[in-house]
Write a protein that binds this ligand. Structure first.
Ligand SMILES: C[S@@+](CC[C@H](N)C(=O)[O-])C[C@H]1O[C@@H](n2cnc3c(N)ncnc32)[C@H](O)[C@@H]1O
Length: 348
C-alpha cells in the first residue's frame, strides 16, 4: 500500500447504503406480496372488487421486484467497480512513490557532486579575480616604469646602450628620483652601496651639473668590473670610482651583533657624503644586510645629507629605515610608492 500522502478522495458506495437499498426493495416486495395475497383472500370471501386474481397487484409486485433487483445490482456493481478503481489507483501511487524514493537515493550523490562542482567553480572565479587584479597592477607598474624611463632618457644624451633596469638593477622610477635629487640638491659626494645602472645615471646627472663624484662599493668583483666597463663605454669613468670590498663581519655599538658588510677601511677616506644610496649588499648575504650602512658611515655624512634606501617593500628594509631614524634624532623620513619601494631619510 501507498505509504505517504499521495492518496486522493474517490467515491466508493457505502456498504450500509447497499444493504439499505436491498432492504427497501425487499420490504416493498413484501408489502406488494402481502397486498396481493390479502386481495386474493378477500376476493375469495367478500371481496369488494370482485372475484379472480388481482392482475394489477401482481404486475405492481413483479415490477417492484424487477426494479429493486436491478437497482441493487447497479449499486453493487458500481461499488465493485469503484473498489477496483481504488485498488488500481493505489497501485499506481505505490509505483510512483517507489520511483520517487529510488530517484531521491540516486540524486543524493549527484547533488553532492553538483555542490562540489559549484564550490570549485567559485574558487576558480576567486582565483581569476585575483589574477586579473594582479595583472592590472602589473600593467600599471609597467606603464609607470616606461613613463619614468622615457622621462629619464628625454633629459640626457645617452651615449651607449644601457644595461637593463629592474630586477637586480634599480627600476626607472627610483632612477628618475635619484637623478632629480642630484639635479636639485647638487651633491659633491655621492656614496653608493651596490654598483650598476644607478652608478651610470648618477654620473650622467653629475655630468650635467659639471661637478661632483660617485664612490660605489661592490662586494662582487665581477659586477664591479661590469660597472667599470659600462662607465667607460659612456665616457663617464672619471666621475665614478668602483671599489671592490669583500663583505666581512663588522661591529658597532649600534648593531646588536657583528654582521657582514663592506670593509670599513674602504670608506675610511670618505668625508662629507651629501647623498648616500643604499642598494647593497644583497638580501641574500644575510638578514637586515644593509643595516650597518648608517652606523659605519654616520660620522662621514654632511649635515643635511640625504640617505636613499631602495627595496622598501621588504620588511627588513622597513625595519632598517625605522632603526636609522631612531639613530638620527631630528631626521625626517619619507616613503615613495615605487615599484620596489624607496625610503628617504633627511638628516637635520
Ligand atoms: C641590488 S644590486 C645593485 C644594483 C645597482 N644599484 C643598480 O642600480 O644596478 C646589489 C648587488 O648585487 C650584485 N648584482 C648585480 N647584478 C646581479 C645579478 N644579475 N645577479 C647577482 N648579483 C647581482 C652586485 O654585486 C650589486 O652590488
Amino acid at each position: 500500500m501507498a505509504q505517504n500522502g499521495f492518496r486522493t478522495a474517490r467515491y466508493v458506495p457505502d456498504r450500509g447504503l447497499v444493504r439499505l437499498v436491498g432492504l427497501a426493495v425487499g420490504a416493498a416486495a413484501a408489502v406488494c406480496a402481502a397486498t396481493w395475497a390479502l386481495a386474493t383472500t378477500t376476493r375469495e370471501g367478500s371481496a369488494p372488487w370482485g372475484s379472480g386474481p388481482d392482475w394489477t397487484a401482481t404486475v405492481v409486485v413483479l415490477f417492484v421486484v424487477a426494479v429493486g433487483g436491478r437497482v441493487a445490482r447497479e449499486v453493487s456493481g458500481s461499488r465493485r467497480a469503484a473498489v477496483a478503481d481504488g485498488h488500481q489507483r493505489d497501485e499506481r501511487l505505490d509505483r510512483l512513490e517507489r520511483s520517487v524514493s529510488a530517484l531521491s537515493s540516486v540524486n543524493e550523490p549527484v547533488l553532492l557532486r553538483v555542490g562540489e562542482v559549484a564550490a570549485a567553480v567559485e574558487q576558480v572565479g576567486t582565483r581569476v579575480d585575483r589574477s586579473v587584479a594582479r595583472s592590472r597592477k602589473a600593467l600599471q607598474t609597467d606603464l609607470r616604469q616606461a613613463e619614468a624611463l622615457v622621462n629619464l632618457r628625454a633629459g640626457f644624451d645617452v651615449r651607449a646602450p644601457l644595461p637593463m633596469s629592474r630586477g637586480w638593477a634599480a627600476s626607472p622610477d627610483v632612477l628618475l628620483t635619484l637623478v632629480d635629487l642630484v639635479l636639485t640638491r647638487r651633491p659633491r659626494l655621492i656614496v653608493e652601496a651596490g654598483s650598476g645602472l644607478s652608478t651610470l645615471w648618477f654620473c650622467y646627472a653629475l655630468e650635467r651639473l659639471g661637478a661632483g663624484r660617485v664612490v660605489s662599493l661592490d662586494h662582487d668583483p665581477h659586477f664591479a668590473e661590469l660597472t667599470r666597463r659600462r662607465l667607460q663605454l659612456h665616457g663617464l669613468e672619471h666621475r665614478a670610482e668602483i671599489r671592490v670590498s669583500q663583505l666581512q663581519p663588522v661591529e658597532h655599538p649600534e648593531l646588536s651583533a657583528p654582521q657582514p658588510w663592506y670593509s670599513p677601511e674602504h670608506v675610511a677616506d670618505l668625508e662629507k657624503i651629501d647623498l648616500l644610496f643604499v642598494d647593497g649588499p644583497p638580501a641574500s648575504t644575510g638578514p637586515r644586510s644593509r643595516m650597518p650602512a648608517l652606523p659605519i658611515l654616520r660620522e662621514r655624512l654632511s649635515p643635511g645629507a640625504l640617505i636613499v634606501l631602495d627595496d622598501l617593500v621588504r620588511e627588513d628594509e622597513q625595519e632598517i629605515l625605522r632603526r636609522w631614524q631612531e639613530m638620527l634624532p631630528g631626521s625626517r623620513s619619507e616613503s615613495l610608492d615605487h615599484e620596489k619601494g624607496t625610503g628617504l631619510l633627511f638628516l637635520p
